[in-house]
Design a protein around this ligand. Structure first.
Ligand code: F6P
Length: 321
């Protein structure tokens, strides 16, 4: 079936650059004489008929904004049969011929099931600060989140060095140590604790005490939220070493803010590729960047657990300490 009208939504955790992806899908689709309907609040908007047409002007001045003008949500209702039936009815009612969904692996899992079940053409655009979509090396937003976290860590380093303290800094990543590893390396941190790797706090404390005897007093330890709580680790370090240790949780600050040029340009290119995919009749795929090229990965592959290669980066963090 020829695609005339696209439904566009953003779902799951927002990622900086989603707005650039929206801009790209809308304007590129219009340049191909297609219409775009914006679905608000992700799957929730499909279930509840929260839909509005998006024209060329509606996406003006959003390229530099974090978040998503379409809003986003985590929507448990979409996992129910009733929710899906209602979403399908909305798609029919608004004569939507194909969906473009911007999100991460949770979004693609829902897209995969829904589009297969109801035979609705659907293409994903990989956007996640955790960069955890399997088969895709770079997702929209990860670069921005890393730079945001790095900015904070650089600031903390100033006070850590001046007051000669140990800091345990918690970054986002419920299941992935990607942000933690990247910022630990770029931030020149002494240690990084991630879900993909066992850690030995006794060993870390021993090194801190040894360093202390040599006159190295300030330490920055980065921990991914999926590997433990910064408060707990800081408390244990103080118990074992008797040294003053502070905990910082960077939290949702990493999800917002002005997207970097890299995140924006990925988003703009992914938007174009997603529309092209739909036009070519390629469906059930997630668009991302791998080996410097735009790729379209089957949803079935994209939703598998991404195995992060951590050893080389981890070792480099430690060697350069
Ligand atoms: O979007 C990914 C992510 O930021 C994870 O790193 C984090 O664990 C999670 O979302 C937090 O989600 P929420 O904002 O729904 O608590």
């Amino acid at each position: 079936m020829a695609i005339k009208r696209i439904g566009l939504l953003t779902a799951g955790g927002d990622a900086p650059g989603m707005n650039a992806a929206i801009r790209s899908v809308v304007r590129y689709a219009i340049s191909h004489k297609l219409e775009v309907m914006g679905v608000l609040r992700g799957w929730w908007g499909l279930i509840n008929e929260e839909i509005k047409p998006l024209d060329h002007r509606s996406v003006s001045n959003i390229i530099n904004l974090g978040g998503t003008i379409l809003k986003t949500a985590r929507c448990p209702e979409f996992h129910t049969k009733e929710g899906q039936e209602r979403a399908k009815k909305t798609i029919e009612k608004y004569s939507i011929d194909g969906l473009i969904v911007v999100g991460g692996n949770g979004t693609f899992e829902a897209s995969h099931k829904f589009s297969e079940k109801y035979k609705i053409p659907c293409v994903g655009i990989a956007a996640s600060i955790d960069n955890d979509v399997n088969g895709i090396e770079e997702t929209i937003g990860a670069d921005t989140a890393i730079n945001t976290a790095l900015f904070a860590i650089d600031n903390i380093r100033d006070t850590a060095t001046s007051m000669e303290r140990i800091f345990v800094i918690e970054v986002m990543g419920r299941e992935s140590g990607y942000i933690a590893l990247q910022v630990a390396l770029a931030g020149g941190c002494e240690e990084v604790i991630i879900p993909e790797r066992k850690y030995d706090l006794e060993r870390i404390c021993h090194e801190i005490v040894e360093g202390n005897l040599r006159g190295k007093i300030s330490w920055i330890i980065v921990i991914a939220e999926g590997a433990g709580k910064s408060e707990d680790i800081a408390k244990k370090i103080t118990e074992i070493t008797t040294l003053e240790t502070r905990a910082v949780i960077l939290g949702h600050i990493q999800r917002g803010g002005r997207p970097t040029a890299f995140s924006r340009n990925l988003a703009l290119r992914f938007g174009q590729a997603a529309v092209d995919c739909l036009l070519k009749g390629e469906t059930g795929k997630a668009i991302g960047l791998t080996n410097g090229k735009i790729v379209a990965v089957d949803f079935a592959t994209a939703i598998k657990k991404k195995e992060l290669q951590v050893e080389n980066l981890y070792n480099l963090v430690r060697i350069l300490t």
